[in-house]
Design a protein around this ligand. Structure first.
Ligand code: F6R
Length: 243
């Protein structure tokens, strides 16, 4: 696992975007695993800049997102589909029909999860997966637990995550209580993983990734088993690491 510690969020966004750009330049048809939340916004802005400067072409990529809230319409301002359209897709030349986000409105959620994994398989797997990390070590919506699921599944969000995500909603009661998420097995199958984290609130979870111990109580600790995982953090998130 490679650790890159940078000064601040701005630098983190640039370094992460460059890592992504390298994958796309090497393979213009890459399957890009994407994430939502606060962490990737700066990186997406950098990728948009690269596209505008004609350094990057997204016309042949396919994208797959990690997760989606159950019950939110794709047009809902807090749905992850809406987030992706607003923060990345509508600013670049990606073919929107080749952007995949789990359907949180599916009538049969179990079937939707199965289809999502099948879709990823049919695409030949994910070339590079972007991850943020929860304060509690969650990756995608794989929350700390005594056991973790391998494939895409429906999950109940923990109170900690509901509280952390309440900042995006008018009221904490509006935060959905369940989500569809790629499982840790699906994430670990990605050929390359890039995890980004900024700020002191992530320091404890980041420490767990470099603890030398793998535990379902810190799902991100699984990354220690991955062949090509890059962890990019700013100084505040790296606070508890010896580097
Ligand atoms: C988002 C996702 C989540 C976030 C995590 C960190 O698609 O899967 O795991 O990456 O909750 O969120 P932020 O970046 O808002 O701190």
């Amino acid at each position: 696992m490679k650790l890159i510690v940078v000064e601040n969020y701005e630098e983190l966004s640039k370094v992460a975007a460059q890592e992504y750009a390298n994958v796309i330049k090497e393979n213009p048809k890459a399957v890009l695993g994407l994430a939502t939340g606060g962490s990737p916004i700066g990186m997406y802005k950098e990728l948009i800049k690269m596209y505008e400067n004609k350094e990057l072409d997204f016309s042949n990529v396919t994208t797959v997102n990690l997760d989606e809230y159950v019950g939110l319409n794709p047009e809902h301002e807090q749905s992850y589909r809406h987030f992706m359209n607003e923060n990345l897709f509508k600013h670049i030349n990606v073919d929107i029909t080749k952007t995949f986000v789990p359907n949180g409105l599916a009538e049969d959620l179990a079937a939707q999860c199965k289809e999502y994994d099948e879709k990823i398989k049919e695409l030949g797997g994910i070339d590079v997966q972007l991850l943020g990390i929860g304060n509690n070590g969650h990756i995608a919506f794989n929350e700390p637990d005594t056991e973790l699921s391998a494939g895409t599944h429906v999950i109940s969000l923990t109170q900690n995550t509901i509280e952390a995500n309440a900042r995006f909603f008018d009221n904490i009661d509006d935060v959905p209580k369940t989500a569809i998420t790629m499982g840790v097995g699906g994430i670990m199958k990605a050929k390359k993983i890039i995890l980004i984290a900024s700020g002191e609130s992530k320091a404890e979870a980041i420490k767990g990734i470099f603890s030398g111990k793998i535990t379902t109580e810190n799902p991100a600790s699984m990354l220690q088993m991955h062949r090509d995982a890059v962890v990019i953090v700013d100084k505040d998130a790296a606070k508890l690491l010896n580097y």
